[in-house]
Design a protein around this ligand. Sequence first.
Ligand code: ADP
Length: 299
Amino acid sequence: MPDRRANFSPVQGDFDVCVIGSANLDVVARCARHPLPGETLLGSSLAEHAGGKGLNQAVAAARSGARTVLVGAVGNDAAGVSLREVLTADGIDSSYVAVRNGATGRAIIVVDDAGENTIVVIPGANQTVEVPSELPRCRVAVAQLEVPMRTVIAAFAAARALGAKTVLNPAPAVDLPAELLELSDVVVPNQHELELLGGAEHLLNLGVRALVVTLGASGVDVITAAGRTHVDPFPVDVVDTTGAGDAFCGALCARLASGHDLHDAVRWGAAAGALATTVTGAVPAQPTAEAIQSLLDVT
Ligand code: ADP
């Protein structure tokens, strides 16, 4: 991976986007069909990729031009070393990624010939992510739910105290404490997560100010107390939708951090999400600001 941020030297402790989230090593086995319980099959290939929603969204934000820091944790194993290298390659500050005695988070993925997958996630060090005594100063703080809920709540409270905007990507969907909703400026679920969280009206009634609902190939809905607006999807040749949601969220945060309004940031995120579907994998698929701008220019 080339260092796209080689000329960038962040002001110490001053970031556009602070991601509080997970970092995993994904191990992907391909096999003609899924094994039945108790069965052993021979697969055809094995690949390892950096993943985890936190790491993916940090890469997306950085490639959108944001000075980005990840607050996370890895284990003191080879996987932890390689994930930190992935962050560094994109100019992401990894000094708030704690190294724990134990295993780095992993996702074991089996993909069959029909493209259906099964996934087992072993959270490992992600379960130990804590808010540092001083959250890095940032304009936007974004979190997902692959790290402890109490950490996300504490991070958003600290971010608010620093004057940062907070963006919650409630994935995987679990019951959201009222305290967290009150601390979230923008909540970004996909359609499935929105249903599990009780629907848009329910969330607005609980005090969510802005809901940004990603609809895959159907685009994005932005829902506030003032009403609903729709952003059309950008037309692209889809190869693999892995990482589209993370591309959307990271790019959206980068754009919000550079002072753009929510509608502009959602269009930027939608272009990033669309571009992410044109490349296989999550990290390799995250588009640069130049690619996003080119798609916006021609559409
Ligand atoms: P998730 O991966 O979290 O389910 P989505 O599939 O909703 O997220 O994708 C996030 C965003 O990426 C969508 O709202 C859309 O803007 C863009 N996107 C995803 N799939 C496509 C597609 N097939 N064509 C164009 N844009 C897409």
